[in-house]
Design a protein around this ligand. Structure first.
Ligand code: FNR
Length: 190
């Protein structure tokens, strides 16, 4: 069986993040060919292009982590109908210096949860626009807008609702098939 490495980003820095719980659930429910590892964003300073000539080590590590995986997955909250600044900052770091955009041709998926009824839908649309500009082949469907109700997912990533668990399982299966399709057309470097 071929395996595919997936670097996932959690868009929230909060200790009790419901999106971190969701990321743990996705790891549990992913098909066996996907090997997921977090790409941390917490320690990145704020980006500006003065850094382009000399990227700090933490930002170099970010770019190396993305280069080292077959695909990326964004698990993000919605802040004021967009993505949190911390996540946008990480994307900005990874997209530069000019000509060295880490997301180019790297397959991606977007998912998120919030207590609100539309479950991060607007933030995800913003993120899709950003990833499109970054030339990342992005899974169009399945879309996953998860409304987080109390206790829906516990700290270990156990989903306490069968329908949601089944939906997240099918999301990860579809994501895996998407990654495999993209890598067939754009093979990974050997
Ligand atoms: C929010 N929240 C929120 N929720 C939403 O559905 N749409 C929104 O636009 C916003 N905006 C927003 C802005 C800011 C600054 C905060 C702190 C929160 C609520 C948000 O969904 C909730 O706090 C989640 O728990 C955030 O996800 P994490 O950090 O727990 O993963």
């Amino acid at each position: 069986m071929s395996t595919y490495s997936v670097g996932y980003f959690v868009g929230s820095l909060a200790k009790g993040s419901i999106n971190r719980k969701l990321s743990k659930a996705l790891i549990k429910l992913a098909p066996p060919e996907l090997v997921l590892q977090e790409i941390p964003i917490r320690d990145l300073p704020l980006y500006n292009h003065d850094h382009d000539a000399n990227y700090p080590e933490v930002a170099q590590r970010l770019k190396q982590a993305i280069a080292g995986v077959d695909a990326v997955l964004f698990v993000t909250p919605e802040y004021n109908r967009s993505i949190p600044g911390a996540l946008k900052n990480a994307i900005d770091w990874a997209s530069r210096p000019w000509g060295q955009n880490s997301f180019a041709r790297k397959p991606s998926g977007v998912v998120g949860t919030s207590p609100g009824a539309i479950g991060t839908a607007v933030a995800q649309q913003h993120l899709r626009s950003v990833l499109c500009f970054c030339n990342s082949p992005l899974m169009n469907t399945v879309e996953a807008y998860i409304q987080f109700t109390p206790g829906l997912i516990d700290d270990d990533g156990v989903v306490n609702n069968d329908e949601t668990a089944e939906f997240l399982r099918s999301y990860m299966q579809e994501y895996s098939a998407f990654v495999q399709r993209v890598l067939t057309v754009l093979p990974r470097a050997s």
